[in-house]
Design a protein around this ligand. Sequence first.
Ligand SMILES: [Fe+2]
Length: 242
Amino acid sequence: MIDLHSHILPGIDDGAKTLEDSIELAKHSVANGVTHMMCTPHIHQGIFDNNVETIELSFTQLVAAVRQNNIALKLAYSCEIRITPDILTWVAHKSLPFIGEWKGKQALLLELPHSHIPPGVENLVRWLLKNNIQPIIPHPERNRDIIADYNRINMLRRIGCIFQVTAGAFIGRFNEQVQTIAERLLSENLIAYVASDMHNLHRRPNDMLACKQALTQIAGSSKAQALVYDIPFEISQNMNWQ
Ligand SMILES: [Fe+2]
């Protein structure tokens, strides 16, 4: 499987704290059927002030350690960026790492706050699309506005967002409401692909294998394969996998 969302890079966000943590997470992901993993640390102003330099430094360390430990996991890096007006500047300076391409546009993992859908998201999304950037919204199933009123997803959809659901949402990693929303998104064909959003071994491990099994049961094996492999492959095929 190709996992396009993870916090495996050591020491730069709320995922892996040390390189040892990262190596454990890499082994655990391989044991769960993942062959390619996109490193997507948070860029969240004032909380995780990452940029291409901090990400690249941490990524280089991880690639070397994965090789040294003979772990069969290919890695590439991008980011998960929290919505902020500064995205306009970063795009202008070409300083945001994308996760690949979606239908000819560069694909950006754009995180909304968990608490709500902020005003201004419409303008930002329209501007991104106009600038040939496809926003991918991770974990809409955990956004409290969408949990309170599922129809809020329609505004995001109408303005051109696509959605990535967390693997664990399908296996009860979060709560029943979250699982219900994930299943509804699936039944309405609104999920572009699923990804682990792995942070640590204990509470937020890599649920891709169990998720694939759940998706196969709900939607059949070809749909499951599309969500964990085919679509992630299409998006990330031109990335510099190492
Ligand atoms: Fe994440």
